[in-house]
Design a protein around this ligand. Structure first.
Ligand code: ZN
Ligand code: ZN
Length: 338
């Protein structure tokens, strides 16, 4: 069950904080995700305390945590502290795209478009070059920069063209990022303009929601031997898993459906019977309960155990068949191998 109401987000945050005490080695990703849920549950002060706690503990990603903290602080009225953190991050010039995107979007969210544009441009200058292929994260910087430049009414430059070319959504980037499109077309219908602005806002909202959850949505995969043992030990789970081949096909199909519905940052987590049983024990639930499977997947993902999906066409398929993804579960015809 994915948390939806503020109370559910807070309950999920508390569950993740408890989990963090059991897996100290995975504490940072677990607490970061807990903080994201606290933010979504509108418990911003508690999120702030958690970010401070993480920062005090020599984290692996101090700039990302500071960036998230800045965005969070600014959201509940601590603008001066937020600005100080943002200046510090810009001065430190981290080589990870994520903190740049978070601070540039925080500035954008508070209508500091010039400063947001400067941040995106500094990051793109620092992290992209002619000989470095764009990653999902560096391409996202160019997309954000494209959006802010349209809001500023600036002309396209070379990076904007790259952003346009890379964009693969159903609506072209220029259309998505142009709130004045209807005026340009000569419309004088305020309802059309409002609809266009609503569409732009929705796109921004989606991006921010994705950023506040910088963690993969992960689907659970069981290797063949583990699945046999699982179903033999807990026959109530057989309804979920009629066969191993069906399980693999369903895993790929779920991920494709999520991708088609616009979910980014997808991943696969691999289950094992002993770790699943230990998880059930820690949650004081029976492993035979089918509803535990999704929580197990979420917790593995929160512990940083997810492998990004999809693999590239030529890398070995996630199902461990040894075949390239494109010739296995990535077969475009949908005729799953394995
Ligand atoms: Zn464009
Ligand atoms: Zn496969």
């Amino acid at each position: 069950m994915r948390p939806d109401t503020p109370a559910e987000h807070i309950a999920e945050a508390e569950r993740l904080i408890r989990t963090a005490t059991r897996y100290p080695e995975d504490q940072e990703p677990l607490l970061l995700q807990a903080a994201a849920h606290l933010e979504l549950g509108d418990a911003r002060e508690r999120a702030s305390t958690l970010y401070d706690q993480l920062l005090a503990d020599a984290p692996a990603n101090p700039h990302l945590i500071k960036a998230l903290q800045a965005a969070n602080l600014w959201e509940y009225g601590h603008e001066a502290e937020a600005r100080a953190l943002i200046s510090g991050i810009r001065a430190a010039a981290p080589t990870d795209p994520a903190p740049w995107e978070v601070i540039a979007e925080a500035l954008e969210a508070h209508d500091e478009l010039e400063a947001s544009h400067e941040c995106f441009t500094e990051a793109a200058t620092l992290l992209t070059s002619e000989d470095t292929p764009l990653t999902r994260a560096t391409a996202a910087l160019l997309t954000g920069r494209h959006r802010v430049r349209r809001l500023l009414g600036l002309p396209h430059d070379e990076w904007d063209m790259v952003a346009d070319t890379r964009h693969s959504g159903p609506i072209p980037l220029d259309e998505l990022h142009d709130p004045k499109r209807i005026w340009a077309l000569g419309s004088d219908d305020p309802a059309e303009l409002r609809a266009e602005i609503a569409r732009l806002r929705a796109e921004l909202g989606d991006r921010r929601a994705a950023l506040s959850r910088p963690f993969p949505v992960a689907i659970l995969h069981w290797p063949q031997r583990e699945l046999s043992e699982l179903v033999a030990s807990y026959p109530t789970l057989a309804a979920e898993y009629p066969s191993h081949a069906a399980h693999l096909a369903a895993t790929e199909a779920s991920l494709r459906a999520l991708a088609a519905s616009g979910t980014t940052n997808l991943g696969i987590v691999t289950g094992s019977v002993p770790s699943y049983e230990a998880f059930a024990a820690s949650e004081k639930t029976s492993p035979a309960s089918p509803s535990l499977l999704a929580e197990y997947a979420t917790t593995l993902a929160a512990r940083g155990k997810a492998t990004p999906w999809p693999p590239t066409p030529t890398t070995p398929c996630w199902c461990t068949s040894g075949k390239p993804y494109a010739e296995c579960h990535g077969d475009a015809s949908g005729a799953f191998g394995g």
